[in-house]
Design a binder for this molecule. Structure first.
Ligand code: KG4
Ligand code: ZN
Length: 386
């Protein structure tokens, strides 16, 4: 099955084409195209993602990116001049679906006038969670392309995409139960999965997500958006230069609360007060102490969840799993304390938002025939829950 996947939940427009085969217990994936168009520079000027700017950029870039992905996958085929264009009836249907994305409509009409319908089987698209104006572009584009190319479409939960992203790097799938720590710009969750596509939320953040805390602390330190990688780099600089540790330790919020919830807003405020009191403070030292506070809390809660639920596999995924120090400490701690547990982490380029992970999740839902039905109205859902 060849899957064209669309991801527009935040500030990356992403299209992937993935060839998938096998059953649930024996899935195989081959990435034919992996395209990401980042809007980071644009949003950096505003210090964070501006939803309507994101929507505009997605609408501008999505079909050119589909074209780029199809070319990468060798699925792009030019039409001879004499061949017919799409019918008036179909054009009207597309205009209805893309009433709020006229630019996408024009791109699709131009595209279909020049290229044959590409040979693939399914369109997978992110329906939520995320920024609704941004999500809508992907949802509507998926529905329009599904009409034009007569391919079924399957909606995907963005967080499920993150959770399943490590499957691309391992030849055998993880054993259940799986404990997943999902850490991104919008989410911090511990999820227990006892079988394919079934999830139980064990705990989550009560305020800021961990990626959000990285971004806000970076802003306090005068670093550009997105702050996660900036803080990671500064922290490793502090380590390499052997800088002294901060005298005043930052708090580890809720580390001993006994439950599996998180809170990062107080940690961010503690950094703010620290920097206000000590304007000359070394930013690299603050970055390292902040990062360590985050790692300590995430590790403590994950260990507690392991003790309570005895998983066979642990997955860490989402943008913050891009942090190499965090992964290093998780690997060291789990292999020492729980040598029988299989720790799975996506490769670095699959930690942050991409459509390859949406294709993987879409494949499993396609195996269960969970396609959008004819005439079904499909909506973006910014607060979709696993
Ligand atoms: O998963 P993701 O790309 O988007 C969401 O679904 O939110 O995650 C983005 C988040 C941002 O907050 C970003 O600062 C953070 O992941 N991030 C990192 C690193 N790379 C990205 N945080 C810490 N260290 C990193 N290396
Ligand atoms: Zn994400």
């Amino acid at each position: 099955m060849i899957i064209l996947a669309i991801e527009t939940s935040c500030d990356e427009t992403a299209i992937s084409i993935v060839e998938a085969s096998g059953e649930f217990s024996t899935p195989k994936f081959k990435v034919l195209a992996h395209c990401v168009s980042s809007q980071v520079k644009l949003h950096a000027e505003w210090g964070g993602v501006v939803p309507n700017l994101a929507k505009r950029e997605h609408a501008r870039n999505i079909i050119p990116l589909v074209q780029e992905a199809l070319a990468q996958a060798s699925l792009l085929e030019k039409i001879e001049k004499s061949e017919q264009k799409i019918s008036l009836e179909l054009q009207q249907k597309l205009a209805q679906i893309l009433a709020r994305e006229p630019e996408v409509l024009q791109h699709i009409l131009d595209f279909t006038a020049q290229y044959r319908a590409p040979k693939f089987d399914v369109i997978a698209f992110t329906r939520g969670p995320g920024l609704e104006p941004a999500l809508w572009v992907g949802v509507n584009t998926a529905q329009a392309l599904s009409c034009v190319w007569e391919a079924p479409s399957v909606p995907v939960d963005h967080m499920e995409g993150h959770l399943l992203s490590p499957l691309l790097n391992y030849s055998t799938p993880p054993d259940f139960p799986i404990l997943a720590l999902l850490i991104s710009g919008g989410h911090t969750e511990l999820i227990l999965s006892k079988s394919w596509l079934e999830y139980e939320k064990l705990g989550e953040t009560r305020d800021d997500a961990v990626g959000e805390a990285f971004d806000k602390v970076a802003r306090i330190l005068g670093l550009p958006y997105p702050g996660g990688p900036e803080i990671g780099n500064l922290a490793s600089q502090a380590e390499q230069e052997n800088l002294p540790k901060l005298e005043q330790k930052l708090p580890r919020p809720m580390i001993n609360s006994g439950d599996l919830d998180f809170s990062f807003s107080g940690l961010k405020t503690a950094v703010l007060y620290l920097v206000q009191k000590n304007p000359e403070i070394n930013k690299a030292e603050v970055a390292r102490e902040f990062q360590q506070a985050v790692i300590d809390v995430l590790l403590a809660k994950t260990i507690l969840a392991i003790k309570k639920h005895a998983p066979k596999s642990v997955i860490i995924a989402g943008g913050v799993a891009n942090n190499q120090e965090l992964i290093k400490q998780f690997r060291a701690k789990t292999s020492e304390t729980f040598p029988d547990i299989n720790l799975l982490v996506p490769e670095a380029k699959l930690t942050t938002d991409n459509a390859t992970m949406i294709a993987v999740a879409g494949y499993f839902h396609a195996l269960k025939n969970e396609f959008v039905k004819d005439g079904e109205e499909i909506t973006a859902d910014g607060n979709l829950q696993l």
